[in-house]
Design a protein around this ligand. Sequence first.
Ligand SMILES: Nc1nc2c(ncn2[C@@H]2O[C@H](COP(=O)(O)OP(=O)(O)OP(=O)(O)O)[C@@H](O)[C@H]2O)c(=O)[nH]1
Ligand SMILES: [Mg+2]
Length: 356
Amino acid sequence: MDNILLLIIGLLAVAVVLFFVFRKKTPIAPPTLETKKEEIPVAEVIVPKVSWSERLTKGLEKSRSEVWGKIGQLFSSATPSLDEIEEILYTADIPTGLVQELLGKLEQEGKGKSPEEIQKLVFSFMKNKMDSIQQSIHPQVFNYDQNQKQTKVFMIVGVNGAGKTTTIGKLATKLKSQGARVIVGACDTFRAAAVDQLQVWCDRAGVDMVRAKDGADPSGVAYDTVAKAFAEGYDYCLIDTAGRLHTNQNLMDELAKTKRVMSKINESAPHEVLLVLDAITGQNALKQAQEFNKALQLTGIIFTKCDGSAKAGSAVGIVDHLKVPITYIGVGESVEDLALFDLELYLKTLVGLETP
Ligand SMILES: Nc1nc2c(ncn2[C@@H]2O[C@H](COP(=O)(O)OP(=O)(O)OP(=O)(O)O)[C@@H](O)[C@H]2O)c(=O)[nH]1
Ligand SMILES: [Mg+2]
């Protein structure tokens, strides 16, 4: 009996020891470090879509406020200031003949009219000067048509820094977004940086580019690009050229040669020879245009940087004298800042009349 009692006591003692040894430790909860996630309000970035008409209005602001938009007010006042009008037209680089013609028209038809009626008079004067030349543009050349059979070749020329490469970048992007297959020829082989600049645009646009070694013959690059464009059925072939002074005969001859070699691939090439003119150049732009036209028989003008000066109206003198239409107009550095030239919209925006 005593033995049994001892055994029970022993077992109980062992159980108590085991209980304390194997007692499951309650894990100590770590300090709560969790910080309440703050709801950071995500500002919704709404990039307003700026229409072309708004871009043009902004781009031509200087020319409108300093020159063309003022004429109605100046002429309709109690003491019409013809001298002042004459002066601002000259500072805006409007050729003498045109200035005198416009002043004559204002004197004949503008007396007693409201500022708005005078603005309309200026508008119709300018339109009359440009309309028939602008009609010679074939807009279908510049807009991609899925059914087009043949490669269209555009050769882009101009003085240094006019905006050739940027314009080609914008054009390539636009045409590609219309669905066209585009190839670009980097014929400004004088500067490696020029080719790299074009490469950036082409990569961004997702279009192909033909480049040669620095210092290669530019007409050779033009030939290779046009040959590839025709052989592989590209829709558009855009040829960038090095900027040059219109007074440098050797460089102008080289440009004429570049143009000639393209026609060896296909006699219709280049379909467009487009001179890029910087609006800031004003009166000198006409001189440049005349020389480039003499060497290359231009088919159109691309009027850039109209946002940079009050001289955007000088387009009227250039078109009137040269009889070459403006095909595109540029009012800034982004792709959306270039568009096909619409005479009515351009003139209305320039003189400050209501646009559709
Ligand atoms: N504000 C403004 N700047 C422009 C416009 N078009 C081009 N530019 C700027 O003008 C500068 C010269 O442009 P480029 O395209 O390099 O001119 P380029 O004719 O190719 O120059 P070269 O190859 O050196 O002869 C660049 O800084 C462009 O961003 C425009 O319509 N408005
Ligand atoms: Mg360039």
